[in-house]
Ligand binder design. Structure first.
Ligand code: FAD
Length: 448
């Protein structure tokens, strides 16, 4: 019997997770990974910290090198190979090699598309200029770091106040760069509770970041950014206005896209074409609470997508259980986190959301080091189901959000959650943990 030939397009979180699972469960198979870039399997999420720290090395971000994958895992990683077309009739992936331009093709029995996403750059004049950067690939991170290392970047503008924009504020300030954060919206971190956003804005101000909201960028040039009513000088402009899934290969091959624009998949991560799977930032997910298709491009999700796609490709049946949009970040001394739905999202999905906002302490009374934690929590009035939470604080937020994530994931009601048996000791929480305090207040509000 001939062995199965698997081809994976894209070699970062989703692609390498899939390739590794296939190798483990189909040891005799041939596994080819086509990666157009120069690296596989790196931590994109750590790039802001690499930029912030002049001592950090690019190699430290690489989890598994191409050589290690080839020799230790027997995965045929081909760097500089850009897939250009999928011929579904002949089961071939055509590619072009960089920089030689040589063309070729590879046959597949089972295919995994893990092409990720690309940074979105709005079409304004000057957006292609040499002082304009995005942060998506390792090369992007390297380019930003090298520019800062010259010592010539004294002022920077970040366009977009989401996760990457907020993390880059900290990185740039750490490098002594005067930073202006510009958003088309009135406040950073869309969807967060206004009180939590107020705390985030205060943190930015404390660290010298100027926030400019409700701004439209007209043009960008080598001296800075022209807004509707003012000009902001900058040696570097970082565009952090979100991403778009890389779906053209799949689309051109006739693979169905979902309503969010990413590749449509079933719970086995199989696309509309049998034997072709998709995973990571190029693919959609199902929301665990609403059962609707959503696009949640995160590293946590990409790794799990890849694992599930790889297992199913290797005929080890498993299902992706869905996402609940859990995410977190650090911005200077603040931990910022969310899980589940916001009240607006819940309302759009037909729930009757009830929300509370509380402030509690990260540690017990009398314990010397304590910090306030703000919790906004939402539940459905009709069913009492816990729908989500957001948190901000200087300590104890990033891990604590995962308690709520577990409850939302499992479909717990607020009554069940309010009595969760959480561990307690004074350095780590008050006897009523902040998430339980929020749950108890929410319980009361639901009963009113
Ligand atoms: C600065 C930053 C911070 C982040 N922080 C977090 C965080 O804290 N937590 C979190 O959960 N997530 C975070 N993320 C998101 C996370 O990094 C992504 O969700 C994850 O990298 C997605 O992995 P992926 O494999 O799906 O796609 P990608 O990482 O985009 O990789 C896709 C790969 O496919 C290759 N490719 C594309 N097209 C082709 C082709 N035609 N032929 C061959 N190869 C191709 C690309 O070169 C690329 O290497 C962050 C992202 C960034 C940029």
């Amino acid at each position: 019997m001939t062995s199965t030939q698997y081809v994976v397009i894209g070699g970062v979180a989703a692609g390498m997770s899939a390739a590794s699972r296939i190798r483990k469960h189909d040891p005799g198979a041939s596994v080819v990974v086509l990666e157009k870039g120069a690296y596989i399997s790196y931590s994109a999420c750590s790039m802001p910290y690499y930029i912030a720290n002049p001592e950090a090395r690019l190699e430290d971000l690489i989890v598994l090198s191409a050589d290690e994958a080839r020799h230790k895992r027997k995965i045929d990683v081909r760097l500089g190979h850009e897939a250009t077309r999928i011929d579904t009739a002949e089961r071939l992936v055509h590619f072009v090699q960089h920089p030689s331009g040589r063309e070729g093709s590879v046959r597949y029995d089972r295919l995994i598309i893990a092409t990720g996403a690309s940074a979105f750059v709005p079409s304004v004049e000057g957006a292609e200029g040499p002082n304009v950067y995005t942060l998506r690939s390792l090369r992007d991170g390297q380019a930003i770091r090298e520019a800062i290392d010259t010592g010539e970047v004294r002022r920077a503008v970040i366009l977009g106040a989401g996760y990457v924009g907020m993390e880059m504020c900290e990185a740039l300030v750490a490098r002594g760069v005067a930073t202006t954060l510009i958003s088309a919206r009135s406040a950073p971190m869309m969807g967060y509770h206004t009180e939590l956003v107020r705390t985030m804005m205060a943190e930015l101000e404390t660290h010298g970041v100027r926030f400019m909201g409700d701004q439209q960028v007209k043009t960008i040039n080598s001296r800075g950014v022209q807004l509707t009513d003012s000009f902001v000088e900058a040696d570097m402009v970082i565009v952090a206005k979100g991403i778009r899934p890389n779906v053209s290969l799949a689309d051109d091959a006739g693979i169905r896209l979902g309503e969010k624009g990413a590749i449509a998949v079933d719970q086995r991560m199989e696309t509309s074409l049998a034997g072709v799977f998709a995973a990571g930032d190029c693919a959609e997910s199902v929301h665990r609470v609403t059962n609707r298709r959503v696009y949640v491009p995160l590293g946590t999700v990409a790794n799990k997508h890849g694992r599930v796609a790889g297992l199913n490709a290797a005929r080890v049946g498993t299902r992706f259980p869905g996402v609940i949009s859990s995410a977190e970040l650090k911005c200077f001394d603040l931990e910022i986190a969310r899980t589940g739905m916001t009240p607006d999202e819940a309302e759009q999905e037909g729930f009757d959301p009830v929300e509370v906002h509380i402030t509690a302490s990260s540690a017990a009374h009398g314990y010397p080091e304590r910090h306030p934690i703000q919790v906004a929590m939402v539940a459905d009035r009709g069913t009492g189901r816990l729908l989500g939470a957001q948190m901000v604080g200087k300590a104890g937020v990033a891990h604590r959000i995962n308690i709520v994530a577990a409850a939302v994931f499992n479909g717990n009601t607020i009554d069940e959650f309010a009595m969760f048996d959480l561990a307690y000791a004074p350095p780590f929480s008050p006897v009523w943990d902040p998430v339980l305090v929020a749950a108890n207040v929410l319980q009361g509000k639901l009963r009113r």
